[in-house]
Write a protein that binds this ligand. Structure first.
Ligand code: ZN
Length: 270
């Protein structure tokens, strides 16, 4: 039995090693993802204040008027997923999409007008509807529209696609943090089939998919969101630790004080 132990350990450690290389190969299986990661630089491994991340987004709130177009019917949303799209529009930037949504120019969906929550370009994010209202961006009356926040990434000429992707990853991380959405609930539009379509699973966001499906590049992008989110979680954990230390010090100070009180009291009595 003793003789067997090293063999078991070797097998176990080989298994652990295999698991690790397996994870790495999943993220690095897309050469596009590898290239983009190199160009963007790795996400820092340090805690980040959620307020600081929010400032970096350069968020502009420019809502569709309440009661009009995509918001003509009040439909509450409790977001459980985040859906990522890309505009496939070579001419419209985020501001142009905001204008189009505000004048009801984009028709479709269950209420007759398309709408989604955020449009991202390389240097800004524009919000079109509140995150507690349902949008029309994914799958008509399906779960994509009923349960998710919709984000469109711009593709207009002159827009830096890499910066747009990273700004989107930061926005998604911030929304995950504030709405308590887990990383497995980050979805490509592809994941929400559209009933009645000959190609129900849309090739969207096309530049993050391989042959119209999520693969290594999509995994890379979700990994990027995850790392931005982990920074926010690490910040919370650091705050909790500080708070615990502060309470512990306070408790010790009180203890010393009580002992000193008793000590001096003893002398007074004596
Ligand atoms: Zn889409």
């Amino acid at each position: 039995m003793k003789l067997l132990l090293p063999t078991i350990l070797t097998v176990l450690s080989a298994g652990v090693f295999f698991t690790f290389t397996g994870c790495n190969s999943l993220e690095s299986s897309s050469s596009k993802g590898q290239l983009w990661e190199r160009e963007l630089g790795a996400v820092a491994n340090t805690p980040e204040d959620p307020n600081d991340l929010h400032k970096q987004l350069n968020l502009k709130v420019d809502l569709i008027p309440k009661g009009k177009y995509g918001r003509r019917i009040e439909r509450p949303l409790t977001p459980r997923y985040i859906t990522i799209h890309s505009t496939q529009n070579p001419t419209g930037d985020a501001y142009a999409h905001a204008k189009a949504l505000k004048r009801g120019a984009l028709r479709g969906g269950v209420v007759g007008y398309l709408c989604w929550h955020f449009t991202v370009q390389d240097d800004a994010v524009i919000q079109h509807i509140p995150t507690d209202e349902r949008g029309e961006h994914a799958d008509f009356d399906g779960p994509g529209n009923r349960y998710s926040i919709g984000i469109e990434m711009c593709e207009h000429q002159g827009n830096n696609q890499l910066k747009t992707m990273d700004r989107t990853a930061k926005l998604a991380a911030s929304l995950m943090y504030h709405h308590k959405i887990p990383i497995e609930n980050i979805r490509a539009h592809y994941h929400w089939p559209r009933a009645g379509y000959s190609t129900p699973n849309k090739n969207c966001p096309h530049f993050l998919l391989e042959n119209g499906r999520p693969g290594g590049t999509w995994s890379w992008f979700v990994g990027r969101i995850n790392r931005h989110h982990q920074r926010l979680v690490a910040h919370d954990e650091a705050l909790q630790q500080e708070e615990q230390q502060r309470r512990e010090e306070e408790r010790r100070r009180e203890m010393v004080f009580q002992i000193w009180d008793r000590f001096t009291g003893f002398f007074r009595i004596g």
